[in-house]
Design a protein around this ligand. Structure first.
Ligand code: MG
Ligand code: ZN
Length: 185
């Protein structure tokens, strides 16, 4: 079995956009993303991106365009010393009541099946309460909420709910490397 590091995309690897990322021009990669992903490689975990892309379900952008954006992001990360093993997306809107939109565990389970993942000892990194819930709902024990993207607002908004979850609350993806590294001590 493999352990994995599950990463949200928007607000973790690239800047969030309230009106959705619809073109490659909308993509603004954080300055620490490349060095963070190349540092993550050393842990020998599968590196998997999980992303809700309801802009598809809302008819704002087609799946092909989102796939192209994700492929280009993956290529850029790999050209800069990183590696992404898989990108899983939910194209649905909340009204679709699908099984894959985070905080549902569907995307995690798809990846688990594809890569034979030991969820309990995996990590999940996101900028939203719903990301952490995805971890809880799928049995991932190591959770990180970042202050990038929607992180700070989410942390304030969901204080009460977050009280019952064990997680690390840290500045950005680069700091996550230290947290994961320390877990081996
Ligand atoms: Mg996000
Ligand atoms: Zn879905």
């Amino acid at each position: 079995m493999y352990r994995a590091i599950f990463l949200d995309r928007d607000g973790v690897l690239i800047h969030n956009r309230s009106d959705y990322i619809r073109t490659w021009d909308n993509v603004k990669i954080y300055p620490f993303t490349f060095k963070s992903i190349s540092a993550l490689k050393k842990f020998h975990y599968k590196i998997i991106v999980l992303t809700n892309q309801s802009a598809i379900g809302r008819g704002l952008v087609d799946t092909g365009t989102i796939d192209e954006i994700n492929q280009k992001l993956k290529d850029r990360i790999e050209a800069n010393g990183g590696r992404i093993d898989g990108i899983y997306l939910c194209p649905h809107t909340p009204q679709d009541h699908c099984d894959c939109r985070k905080p549902k565990p569907g995307l995690v389970y798809q990846a688990q099946k594809d890569f034979n993942i030991d969820l309990e000892n995996s990590w999940l990194v996101g900028d939203a309460y719903s990301d952490l819930q995805t971890g809880v709902n799928s049995g991932i024990k190591n959770l990180i909420l970042l202050q990038t993207g929607r992180g700070i607002k989410q942390w304030k908004k969901y204080q009460k709910e977050l009280d019952s979850i064990n997680f690390h609350y840290i500045k950005n993806l680069w700091e996550a490397i230290t947290v994961i590294d320390n877990s081996f001590q």
